[in-house]
Design a binder for this molecule. Structure first.
Ligand SMILES: Cc1cc2nc3c(=O)[nH]c(=O)nc-3n(C[C@H](O)[C@H](O)[C@H](O)COP(=O)(O)OP(=O)(O)OC[C@H]3O[C@@H](n4cnc5c(N)ncnc54)[C@H](O)[C@@H]3O)c2cc1C
Ligand code: FES
Length: 254
């Protein structure tokens, strides 16, 4: 895919506040919704800032939604857009999740923080295709447990928080360990900050489970040219924008 082919000017049609600093921005972008594979991402124009990567949260007809937390200039710009404003969106980009061939194999989603943003679309498509789904969601506090109602439409959701303000107090790896003790024959899909991903991979390695892990490394170009997004694998460095963001856990160096 060339840069030119994937560039689209998309109009903001809705901006929904999900909680303090959390929004879903919906854009009319049929070029994207026709071609998206769950787990792929886009690079989005962010005002005076560089392009920013965002997972595709959900699609509805010709519209795609992006869930984000306002943390800096780019996400702040996005949250202040008015209905009808247009931004450039490049995508879909990267490699998404692969559903198991065996439809009797359950899908276990493990999300950390804003890593949850990639999963409503993943879970809906899985559910439409007959897979059983469970989500384990770890966040800093109650306020960060966004879009759990959306995910509950497709299966059980168990959450855990760093401060114990909702669900159990602890880390999502504790929930994962309990799940894998019960049944390790599950397809594990993971997304979250890199330290959490590495902890999840270590747990999966202990159980001999190969997970599909989606990385949220810094990305400047999204097209494989700048090398800002590389991660170390067992034998070489890979670019998460084109070789991922979803990668098999057994190739990642932890
Ligand atoms: C493939 C991919 C998908 C993503 N999907 C989403 C998504 O769906 N929703 C969402 O909210 N975010 C997502 N992100 C992260 C998102 O791109 C960053 O939140 C965004 O770049 C922040 O931009 P900003 O201009 O608001 O913040 P900046 O002004 O660039 O940064 C503000 C602060 O956040 C830190 N920061 C910025 N980006 C990251 C990062 N990637 N990891 C750790 N710390 C960071 C900076 O060091 C700084 O301290 C994704 C990232 C990747 C690589
Ligand atoms: S973001 Fe530029 S090479 Fe990956």
């Amino acid at each position: 895919m060339t840069l030119k082919q994937s560039l689209t000017k998309a109009k903001l049609i809705d901006n929904v506040e999900l909680g303090k600093d959390y929004y879903v921005s919906w854009f009319h972008i049929p070029e994207l919704t026709k071609n998206i594979n769950p787990g792929q991402f886009v690079m989005m124009e962010s005002g005076q800032y560089l392009l920013r990567p965002f997972s595709v949260y959900e699609t509805k007809g010709d519209s795609a939604g992006f869930l984000y937390r306002v943390i800096g200039g780019g996400t702040s710009f996005l949250s202040r857009l008015k209905i009808g404003n247009e931004v450039l969106i490049h995508g879909p980009l990267g490699r998404g999740f692969t559903y198991p061939q065996n439809k009797n194999k359950s899908i276990l989603i493990v999300a950390g923080g804003i890593g949850i943003a990639t999963f409503p679309l993943v879970a809906r498509i899985a559910s439409e295709n007959g897979y059983k789904i469970k989500t384990l969601f770890g966040a800093r506090s109650k306020n960060d447990l966004v879009c759990t109602e959306e995910l509950k439409k497709y299966g059980e959701v168990e959450s855990i928080t760093d401060d114990g303000s909702s669900g159990r107090k602890g880390l999502v790896t504790e929930l994962l360990t309990t799940e894998l003790i019960k049944n390790k024959d599950q397809e594990v899909f993971v997304c979250g900050p890199t330290p959490m991903l590495k902890s999840v991979i270590k747990v999966c390695n202990e159980f001999g489970v190969i997970a599909q892990v989606s990385f949220e490394e810094y990305m400047a170009c999204g097209y494989g040219v700048c090398m800002s997004c590389v991660i170390k694998t067992n034998d070489k460095y890979l670019r998460t924008c084109v070789d991922g963001p979803v990668m098999r856990s057994d190739i990642v160096a932890v």
